[in-house]
Design a binder for this molecule. Structure first.
Ligand SMILES: *Cc1c(COP(=O)(O)O)cnc(C)c1O
Length: 355
């Protein structure tokens, strides 16, 4: 019987499977979520939009683009928002890649990249991270061919944590041809403290082929409402908006994002608290003997190799994210749950006689 068949590109794409539910929401260190309640004013302004749910949202996202424009000093045409920066990336790749094209990204990096890329039918070129879990931008530049259309640079890198430096990114952009889009994924930019870290906006100021991805999901704590955006030169931003379904970001989500932008002081305090907790977590784990790569995000990486799954099972009470054969990513949570994680990590080492 002939039956409808989806595109061949789907054959290699795994179905997304949600992780095991955590003991409580606070005990979930597996998704890099913000453990704190929404910023002041966010609930009220989002709730005020709920009574208008019979109306379509503002598809032009005028207020959101206006606020971002004012905040970042770039005209509104530089922005393209969507339901999370992952959705924006899907739109961007749909707009710029087709079968026969190549895309280069580091590996291990964000697990959504292969899904977004494979859907386009383009060919993936993965460049291994260096031993210290950083991007090898020289090797990535070497991997660019005349077929390459897009390069993804995740900084800080999910799941390993380190940033790309400004010097490294500049040298890379000087080597990459101007027709190759370089996507700088800054999902965790608010947590970065390293003064040498690359800044996507600086790179964009000097290079027309740069696209910066930002999100309200992590530092701003709006993961459940789905708002992210790209910053790019107007022609590139327009290509992303064209490839995005209309009316995706709800007015509730837009209002929450706007209110979050207005709560800068509270955001700064919250980010500072998470960064402090991150420092304490790294220090405690290193004191136990763990090899923890430098992290500038709201998570830490333990390169456990073949022990990744076993360690994750041992940490079940706080639900961490294992990558089989590679390592475990642990999000920075509340102080109490972080302390629990550190205890479990120490117990795991003792039980195996590692000190
Ligand atoms: C979390 C994350 C995103 C953003 O996800 P959205 O919720 O879709 O905005 C983007 N890139 C990386 C690397 C991430 O870890």
């Amino acid at each position: 019987m002939p039956a409808p068949r989806p595109r061949k590109a789907l054959d290699g794409i795994p179905l997304y499977r949600a992780g095991k539910p955590a003991l409580t929401e606070e005990h979930k260190l597996s998704s890099n979520e913000n453990p704190y309640a929404p910023l002041p004013g966010v609930m009220e302004r989002a709730a005020a939009e709920l009574g208008r749910m019979n109306r379509y949202p503002d598809a032009g996202m005028t207020a959101l683009y206006g606020a971002l424009s004012e905040r970042l000093g770039l005209s509104a045409e530089h922005f393209a928002a969507g339901t999370g920066s992952v959705a924006v990336l899907f739109s961007l790749l749909t707009a710029h890649l087709e079968a026969g094209d190549e895309i280069v990204y580091a590996w291990r990096s964000f697990e959504a990249y292969p899904i977004a890329v494979d859907l386009t039918g383009a060919t993936t070129v993965r460049v291994p991270l260096r031993a210290d879990a950083t991007h090898d931008l020289d090797a990535m530049a070497d991997a660019v061919t005349e077929r390459t259309k897009v390069v993804l640079v995740c900084t800080p890198n999910n799941p390993t944590g380190p940033v790309v430096t400004a010097d490294e990114l500049e040298r890379f952009l000087d080597r990459v041809p101007d027709h190759v889009l370089v996507v700088v994924d800054e999902a965790y930019v608010e947590f970065v403290g390293d003064p040498d870290a690359a800044k996507g906006l600086d790179a964009l100021a000097g290079h027309d082929n740069v696209v910066v991805l930002r999100t309200f999901s992590k530092a701003y704590g709006l993961a459940g409402l789905r708002v992210g955006y790209a910053i790019a030169r107007p022609e590139v931003a327009e290509s992303i908006r064209k490839a995005t379904a209309p009316f995706t970001v709800t007015d509730v989500a837009q209002a929450a994002a706007l209110a979050s932008l207005d709560a800068q002081d509270a955001l700064d305090e919250r980010v500072a608290a998470i960064v402090r907790e991150r420092g304490a977590m790294v220090e405690a784990l290193r004191a136990q003997g763990w090899d923890v790569p430098r992290t500038e995000a709201n998570f830490v990486w333990l390169p456990l190799g073949e022990h990744a799954l076993d360690f994750a099972t041992a940490c079940d009470p706080v639900s961490v994210r294992p990558f089989a054969g590679e390592g475990v990513r642990i999000s920075v949570g509340t102080p109490a749950v972080n302390a629990q994680l550190i205890e479990l990590a120490g117990a795991w080492r003792s039980a195996r006689g590692i000190s």
